[in-house]
Design a binder for this molecule. Structure first.
Ligand SMILES: NC(=O)c1ccc[n+]([C@@H]2O[C@H](COP(=O)([O-])OP(=O)(O)OC[C@H]3O[C@@H](n4cnc5c(N)ncnc54)[C@H](O)[C@@H]3O)[C@@H](O)[C@H]2O)c1
Length: 277
C-alpha cells in the first residue's frame, strides 16, 4: 500500500514501538491518530510532534474496552475522513510469574489488552477498509506468540492468540484489497517491562517477582534493538504486503526448534538458541 497522503491509527502510540511507528508514518506522509491509555505521556508526545507540523491527533482509550475502540474509529473518521492503516499495537507484558501462580485478575488484564484489544480493533476497523477496497492491519504479537519460555504464561497465551487471529484474518481478507501483517519482535528497547504502570488499580495486581524482571531488564539493555528499527520493518511490510514481520533471525531458530520437537513428539523445551541473539 502507498502511504503518502493516507491515514494511520496507532494504539499504544505514547511509547516504544507505537511511538516510533507514529513518527515513521508521519515521515512517510501519513496523518496519524495516536491512541493510548497513558494520557499525559500521549498528550506530550502529540504536542511535540504537532509543534514540528506533524498531522497527528491524540485519543485516550483503553483498548480492552470494545466501546472505546469503536469510539476511536469514529474519532479517526471525524479527524481525517478515512482510515487506511490500523497498527493494533498496545500491549502489556504481564508479571513474570509461573503460570500456575498467575491470578485471575492478571489473566483478565493481559488477555483483555494483548488479545481482545487486537480483536476489537479488527472488528471496529476492518469493515471500513473492506468497504473502501483498501487498507492494512498490523497486529502486534511477539516472538512470544511463536514459542514459549517459562514465567510468561498469560503473555504467551495472549500473543499465540494474536498470531492465530492474524493468520485467520489474512485468509478471510484475501481478495478484498485489505492486507494483514503480524509483528513478532524479540527484545525491543521500550518500557514493556514497566507495563504494570498501566494496570487498572482495581485489579490489585500482585507485585512482580523482582528477580526475573531485573534479569530481563539487564538483558534488554544489552540485547534489545531500537523501536525505530521495528517501525522501519512495519513500513516495509505494509508497503509490500508482507504478513510476517520477524525482527530477529533467532526467532526462526526458536520456532523451528518448537516445530521439530513437536514433530518428534517431545515435551516442549527451551531452544538452545534462547539467549543466543
Ligand atoms: N519491547 C519488546 O521487547 C516487545 C517484544 C515483543 C512484543 N512487544 C509488543 O509490542 C507492543 C508495544 O509495546 P512496547 O514494547 O512498545 O512497550 P511500551 O510499554 O513502551 O509501549 C506500550 C504502550 O501501550 C500502551 N498501553 C498499555 N495498555 C494499554 C491499554 N489498555 N489501552 C491502550 N494503550 C495501552 C502503553 O501506555 C504504552 O504507551 C506490545 O503489544 C508488546 O507486547 C514488545
Amino acid at each position: 500500500m502507498e502511504l503518502q497522503g493516507k491515514v494511520a491509527v496507532v494504539t499504544g502510540a505514547a511509547s516504544g514501538i507505537g511511538l516510533a511507528a507514529a513518527e515513521r508514518f508521519v515521515a512517510e506522509g501519513m496523518s496519524v491518530v495516536m491512541a493510548d491509555i497513558e494520557a499525559p505521556v500521549l498528550n506530550d508526545q502529540v504536542a511535540r510532534l504537532q509543534s514540528d507540523g506533524a498531522p497527528v491527533v491524540p485519543f485516550v482509550l483503553d483498548v480492552a474496552d470494545a466501546e472505546q475502540v469503536a469510539a476511536l474509529r469514529e474519532f479517526s473518521l471525524q479527524s481525517f475522513g478515512a482510515v487506511h492503516l490500523l497498527f493494533n499495537n498496545a500491549g502489556v507484558g504481564g508479571t513474570g510469574r509461573p503460570t500456575w501462580k498467575t491470578k485471575p485478575a492478571v489473566w483478565d488484564w493481559v488477555v483483555a489488552v494483548d488479545l481482545l484489544g487486537v480483536a476489537y480493533g479488527v472488528e471496529a476497523f476492518v469493515p471500513l477498509m473492506v468497504e473502501q477496497g483498501e487498507g492494512h492491519i498490523v497486529n502486534t504479537a511477539s516472538e512470544a506468540g511463536l514459542c514459549a519460555t517459562p514465567m510468561l504464561g498469560a503473555y504467551h497465551a495472549a500473543k499465540f492468540g494474536v498470531v492465530g487471529l492474524s493468520e485467520a484474518l489474512v485468509m478471510e481478507l484475501s481478495g478484498t484489497g485489505v492486507g494483514v501483517s503480524c509483528l513478532c519482535p524479540e527484545l525491543v528497547n521500550t518500557k514493556i517491562f514497566e507495563s504494570a504502570r498501566n494496570a487498572p488499580a482495581h485489579l490489585g495486581l500482585p507485585k512482580p517477582d523482582n528477580t526475573p524482571i531485573e534479569m530481563l531488564e539487564a538483558f534488554m539493555k544489552t540485547k534489545a534493538i531500537e523501536p525505530s528499527v521495528v517501525a522501519g520493518d512495519v513500513v516495509d511490510a505494509v508497503q509490500n504486503n508482507k504478513f510476517w514481520i520477524i525482527t530477529h533471525d533467532v526467532t526462526h531458530i526458536r520456532a523451528t526448534h518448537r516445530n521439530e520437537t513437536q514433530q518428534r513428539g517431545e515435551t516442549p523445551s527451551m531452544s538452545p538458541a534462547n539467549g543466543a541473539d
